[in-house]
Design a protein around this ligand. Structure first.
Ligand SMILES: [Zn+2]
Length: 253
């Protein structure tokens, strides 16, 4: 099962997922296991997506990969030498909560200026609503339901406020990618998620930032590409996770 986190993959418990209302310390894997009469493994959805792209998608030819999804939030997973980087508690890879801007907006996680607060769908929407509440002029003014899609469409149409917000998201994404290259030295960074439907408004400036600020070695060796598996990436990854856990079992047996 690929689930939003934070979670404890070893015990199979979803701890307190902000995007699953009312879920707190839910023993999801044990309960499913009991109901289905079979073994059940639990993984963070973004980590599973990284495994999916690595095993079946855009990363099949590489051993070192970082996957980033830019959608409602920003999540990620790191494949290091063909292994999923899990961390001490199984919670490694929260790439969206690296601080990009010390003076940036408050993030849902409590931190400030996170990549997620600047460039996720939630972050783009929140910045637009705050600017409109301050009375900044925009074609978005008066819209009842301002969404990231709406901001993106207004940016494409040349609205200055929407352009500024999307440009900030694009720059934040560029610096996020620079940080990931410096931290993990991947051969490939795979980008997925709905926000990328903004296309070149996000990817163009992000690539430009990467080509300017990543250290030369990483610029030469790290490629950036878009995801290959689409909406089912978590399912593919959950399948890959089963193979990984069974292989771990046979090693420790
Ligand atoms: Zn955050």
């Amino acid at each position: 099962v690929a689930s939003p986190g934070p979670l404890d993959p070893r015990q199979g418990i979803v701890l307190e997922a902000p995007n699953l209302s009312g879920w707190r310390d839910v023993p999801l894997a044990p309960r499913l296991s009991e109901a289905l009469g079979t073994r059940v493994f639990l993984g963070n959805d973004a980590n599973c997506a990284a495994l999916g792209e690595f095993t079946y998608g855009a990363g099949r030819e590489v051993r070192y990969l970082v996957y980033v999804t830019i959608s409602t939030g920003i999540g990620g997973g790191v494949i290091d030498g063909g292994r999923l980087l899990e961390g001490a508690t199984g919670a490694a890879g929260e790439v969206g909560h690296m601080t990009i801007d010390l003076a940036g907006p408050r993030c849902n996680c409590g931190n400030v200026g996170c990549w997620e607060a600047l460039a996720s769908g939630t972050g783009i929407t929140a910045q637009a609503r705050a600017a409109l509440a301050r009375g900044e002029p925009s074609s978005l003014a008066g819209h009842e339901h301002v969404s990231a899609d709406l901001v993106t469409a207004a940016a494409h149409a040349g609205d200055p406020l929407a352009r500024a917000i999307i440009d900030r998201a694009a720059r934040a994404t560029g610096f996020g990618l620079v940080n990931l290259a410096h931290l993990y030295d991947p051969e490939l960074i795979v980008l997925g998620g709905g926000v990328l439907q903004a296309g070149d408004l996000i990817l163009g400036p992000a690539r430009q930032i990467f080509d300017t600020y990543a250290m030369p070695n990483y610029r030469r060796t790290c490629r950036i590409t878009t995801a290959a598996l689409g909406d089912d990436v978590g399912l593919y990854g959950a399948g890959a996770l089963v193979h990984l856990r069974l292989a771990d079992d046979s090693l420790s047996a």
